[in-house]
Design a protein around this ligand. Structure first.
Ligand SMILES: [Zn+2]
Length: 204
């Protein structure tokens, strides 16, 4: 992972300074991956696109706010931008903080989906996911935004279908993907669908 000087972001509402790591390059070496796309990788931190101001509580897109590269140690004094919690993600979507931008809505809905999923630590663990109305609503809204001609999107749609217990649809979507790099993961999601398991799995 190659880092440059941290960035200083100012809240568009109150101007409060936040810091954000400035990653020039990273990689997923040594990472752990789950079937919903969530991962933990020491060399590739998930830098939040949306954050909540620690001072005034405004939820904002860090790509659309005043930003400067820090040139001194001053940034040590400022809080770091934090990822939105589940309730904040629901608020953000309700407030349309993505301003109708489809990619940003996909981003927020994926984060909300991740926040609602339980993730097993072990690769051979399977569990039952209980789908409530909020989960279903977000899953359907997310699925509707995705594009079937995009392999990544198809994988997400297949996993959403499996999570909702729509195993036939999951297998149907997986059968449309012809991407050699995804073969191993597709196989693991398919195996879970065939067993009637709807919870997120950790990839081997
Ligand atoms: Zn603020």
């Amino acid at each position: 992972m190659i880092l440059s000087n941290p960035l200083i972001l100012n809240c568009p509402g109150c101007g409060a300074p936040h810091t954000c790591i400035n990653m020039l390059s990273g990689n997923t070496f040594g990472g752990i991956f789950w079937s919903d796309g969530f991962y933990l990788a020491p060399m590739l931190p998930d830098i939040p696109r949306f954050t909540k101001c620690y001072k005034c509580g405004l939820i904002f897109n860090q790509h659309n706010c005043p930003k400067t590269e820090s040139e001194s140690e001053e940034t040590d004094r400022y809080p770091e931008v934090s990822a939105l919690e589940k309730e904040d993600l629901i608020t953000a979507l309700g407030q349309n903080v993505h301003e109708g931008n489809k990619d940003d809505e996909i981003y927020l809905r994926i984060r909300l989906w991740w926040a609602m999923n339980k993730r097993p630590f072990h690769a051979d663990e399977t569990g039952k996911l209980t789908v409530d109305a909020k989960y279903r609503e977000n899953a359907h809204a997310l699925s509707f935004l995705l594009d079937d001609s995009n392999v990544e999107h198809l994988l997400i749609k297949a996993e959403l279908s499996r999570n909702l217990g729509e195993f036939k649809e999951c297998l149907n979507l997986l059968s449309k993907i012809t991407d050699a790099r995804s073969e191993d993961r597709i196989g693991q999601v398919k195996a879970a669908a065939l067993k009637g398991h709807n919870a997120v799995i950790r990839f081997r």
